[in-house]
Design a protein around this ligand. Structure first.
Ligand SMILES: [Zn+2]
Length: 115
């Protein structure tokens, strides 16, 4: 049996209100959001520096930080695969996901430099 990779598609706006502030989240959603927001910060910081090769960014996150029940010690790597779309994956297990609608959020480090 071929194992299907689990791709977690997330839209950052689902965690925010109309003003871009964080909604009241469940503990589980909070953990996921912290994981995602760290990826967004790391990626957007790299994008803001045009000299840096941003093919793949090590985001300094362990796979197990995205949920309590995960035991994977793998490192998370992320890249900006499209304008406004971040892809991340674990270097040890099959966990992967995408983040959309992060640009212009509080965690987007580009805005302080570019706009
Ligand atoms: Zn993993």
């Amino acid at each position: 049996m071929i194992e299907k990779p689990m791709v977690l598609k997330t839209d950052l706006r689902h965690f925010l209100d109309e003003e871009g502030k964080l909604l009241t989240l469940t503990e589980q959603a909070k953990t996921v959001f912290e994981f995602l927001s760290k990826i967004v910060s790391s990626i957007s910081e790299c994008i803001a520096q045009p000299i840096v090769d941003i093919d793949l960014v090590a985001v300094n996150l362990k796979c197990n930080t995205r949920a309590e029940q995960i035991n994977c010690q793998g490192d998370i790597e992320a890249s900006c695969i499209n304008i406004g779309l971040i892809e991340w994956h674990c270097d040890s297990c099959k966990a992967a996901g995408t983040i959309s609608n992060w640009q212009g959020s509080l965690w987007d480090k580009q805005q302080h430099i570019m706009h």
